[in-house]
Every structure is written in structure tokens, then in C-alpha cells.
Design a protein around this ligand. Sequence first.
Ligand code: NI
Length: 192
Amino acid sequence: MALLDIITYGHPTLRQRAQKVAEDQIDPAFIQDMLETMYVKDGVGLAAPQVNVSKKILVATDFKEEYVLINPEIIAHSEQVETDSEGCLSVPGFQGEVDRFQKIVVRALDASGKPIEITARGFLARVLQHEIDHLNGILYIDRALPDSLHKLPLSEDEDPVSVSLDEIQNHFHQNDHVDRRDVVFERTQPLA
Ligand code: NI
């Protein structure tokens, strides 16, 4: 197993739409490395683009179970949204409030290539929405409520993002937010 390098804000891979993974191209060693990296970095989720691999793979944990989702898609969501604080290993030193659907249904392949469907609520629903966004080139700061972004103390092994809070907010709300409108304002089936 190996720790993977996490790329940060400004790296172009974070803005690409990741490629689908063929069932016979799932790499168990890479998935193990993603899980190990997530745990070592104290993350609750990690998407492959964050380690500079532009493929639709994410790992996540809700502290009870761990999840490996290949080609995940949100196929339904609640009308209800919840606002809570988010951060991202690729945007070290920042935190912001983000609205997320309270409940989602995700269709994906598991680590063995088997089709699965997960109904996630609350915290797990938030983590999965954050990670699925990464697979579409979206960062939580794109969706963060204006004025909610704030700086956090960095941990010792983190390098600060070399951009100011103002620049991040202005850039995202003026550029990327609009470019990703189809995904940012996604249309999935409301849950019954
Ligand atoms: Ni993230």
C-alpha cells in the first residue's frame, strides 16, 4: 500500500470531469491506497481526481462503514436540504457552509464491480454529494454560501492554498459556478 499525493486548488485535474471506469478496469490496489490516504489524512471522503487520477472512483466513511463507489450517480434526492460546514483536503485551510440534499439515492458499482444502490441521509449524504461533485470537477467552494467561507488553522503537513479568500469566492461565483450550471443545478428525480 502507498500513500497518494493529494493535489490542491489550482491543479487542472480538479476541474476536469472524470472518466467512467470499465468494470474490468477496477484496480483494487489503487482503491486500497485511496482508503489508506483518506484515513491518514483524517478525511471522510476522497475522490480519485484529488490524487490526480481523473476517474469516477470515490471512497468515503461515515465512521461506521466505509464505501467504495465506482461511477456513482445520484438518481434521486429529497426536496429537503440541510446546511452544514464542509472542508476539503484539496482546499486546505478553508471551511464553508454548503446546502446539500438531506437524502440521496446513489447508483454505482462497488469495489468488485457489482451494481449497488445506496440510500444515504444526513452526514453520509453530504459526504457523497461532496465527493460526487469532485468527479464532475466541482469543489464545495463552488456551492458554499457566499460569505460563509473562512480560513482555518492548517495542520502541520498542509501547505496553504496560494490564493486569497476573496479571489476564491469571486472566481468561483463568477466563472466555474456558471460553467458547471448543468451539474451544480442538477435535475434528478425528487424522492417520493
Ligand atoms: Ni473534497
